[in-house]
Design a protein around this ligand. Structure first.
Ligand SMILES: Cc1ncc(COP(=O)(O)O)c(C=O)c1O
Length: 383
């Protein structure tokens, strides 16, 4: 057995979900929305299953989805992409990340990772033979610093794997952070693998700024998007990959031998969805922002120390003011004694674990959030 996977423990997500079921808890641990997603997009998928093509679609993706992807990201992010040479469809962002690492990293290459990080990154980097180099981000702002980047980059740096907006911290990196990171990638001739899956879920009137659009980054960036996150349909696993032709040729080889294709009916529905008018995307953001504010307001009223959430489905709480210094023990007590499941953020760190932050998913119905708040009232902080 390969030890990289066989040695992995049961994830905290599984543990928390099991405890949530056993204790009939309100599950704010897992990151998926209560809402079923846009009905017209789901109907398109259903129609495509019944009346459309159900055999292997083209390896690079349906032409209409590759075109829709280019059009969508020109409109929303000002990117100019050639749909034929620079866009590929994968089975979710996860396949795209795995494929990009396999295509770009050779054994012994260093890969810069920003912790806290999405749980799949580290095993995938290691399995590709990459040597992880961590940039440890800390609360409350989780921003980048020149000093930390200088420590992580070296002449052996082949790639960085960068998630923006960042799950779990809900950080939307500033233009200054992006320019700083771009300058390191350029200086070290590194490829930026950008996990942009949360790009549409940004709040307070801000827009996602892709690292790909910073000067000098167009030719050295792999941009990865996910229809699952764009349309709140997390089970769909349709990913969009964008990169300059030279990079794309190699990425396509990896995709060819990992999954080869992605269900054509879902691709057809995503092509339709990407063309939806601005009101849909603005409305989606407004709805999530309203849920964020409802939950953040409720937590603040109870005296919790709520960290800023600029995007994603997540909101973090600093448990240090509660006199708590162990997020795992806190989350276990929360689910067992109070019936609310959350995720300890230390689970997203490999080295420099921050132990005083807990992540809640607020992409839930009002009634679900209110029920969680009622239960959390038992922990009210006396001020
Ligand atoms: C940062 C990040 N990357 C990738 C994914 C997975 O995307 P997909 O479902 O398209 O594979 C997620 C899902 O939560 C995520 O948060």
């Amino acid at each position: 057995m390969n030890p990289i996977f066989s040695a992995l423990p049961t994830t905290i997500f599984e543990t928390m979900s099991r405890l949530a079921r056993e204790h009939q808890a309100v599950n704010l641990g897992q990151g998926f929305p209560d809402d079923p997603g846009p009905e017209d997009v789901r109907r398109k998928a259903a129609e495509a299953v019944v009346a459309g093509w159900n055999q292997y679609p083209p390896m690079m993706g349906l032409p209409e989805l590759r075109q829709a992807t280019a059009t969508h990201f020109r409109h929303w992010q000002g990117l100019e992409l050639d749909p034929e040479a620079e866009v590929m469809i994968t089975s979710g962002a996860t396949e795209a990340i795995a494929g990009a690492l396999m295509a770009i990293v050779s054994p012994g290459d260093e890969v810069v990772l920003f912790e806290p990080m999405y749980d799949a990154y580290l095993p995938l980097v290691r399995r590709a033979g990459g040597i992880p180099k961590f940039v440890t981000l800390t609360p409350p702002h989780f921003g980048l610093s020149e000093e930390a980047l200088a420590k992580a980059f070296s002449p052996k740096t082949k790639a960085v794997l960068f998630n923006n907006p960042l799950n779990p911290t809900a950080t939307n990196f500033s233009a200054a952070d992006l320019d700083l990171l771009a300058s390191f990638c350029i200086r070290h001739d590194a490829v930026a693998i950008c996990d942009d899956v949360w790009e549409h879920v940004v709040f307070d009137g801000h827009r996602h700024k892709p690292l790909m659009s910073r000067p000098g980054m167009r030719e050295r960036t792999v941009k990865i998007s996910s229809a699952g996150k764009i349309f709140s349909l997390t089970g769909w696993k349709v990913g969009m990959v964008m990169a300059a032709p030279e990079l794309m040729r190699v990425l396509a080889k990896a995709h060819q031998y990992i999954t080869f294709t992605t269900p054509p009916n879902l691709q057809a529905a995503v092509a339709y969805g990407l063309g939806k008018d601005d009101a849909y995307f603005e409305g989606m953001r407004t709805d999530f922002q309203r849920s964020r504010d409802r939950f953040a307001g409720g937590l603040s009223d109870l005296g919790f120390s709520v960290l800023p959430s600029a995007g994603t489905y997540f909101l973090n709480v600093d448990i240090a003011p509660l006199g708590q210094g162990d997020d795992v023990a806190f989350c276990q007590r929360l689910v067992v004694e109070h019936g609310v499941a959350a995720i300890p953020v230390s689970a997203f760190y490999a080295e420099g674990a921050v132990r005083n932050v807990v992540r809640f998913c607020f992409a839930k119905h009002d009634a679900t959030l209110d029920k969680a708040l009622e239960r959390l009232a038992a922990l009210r902080v006396k001020g």
